[in-house]
Design a protein around this ligand. Sequence first.
Ligand code: ZN
Length: 74
Amino acid sequence: MEINPNYILEDCPICRGSGMVVHEGGWNVQVECTDCSAHTVYVEYANNDEKMKAEEQVVTLWNLGKVIKSEAGE
Ligand SMILES: [Zn+2]
């Protein structure tokens, strides 16, 4: 698995857990918290170049605290 070295994931803005870059279906990416399942929006990409930009975009959103809280929380 390739890791993009150009970004740093901050802790989860909700619970201070660990964020993780998650690719789904090979065409979109989001950052999701491994603890509370808060997540950013999905950003779609069509090729490797867009993929890196999409990763940077969701990481930026995450680091700004622009995340969606999971509604399934207890
Ligand atoms: Zn969290």
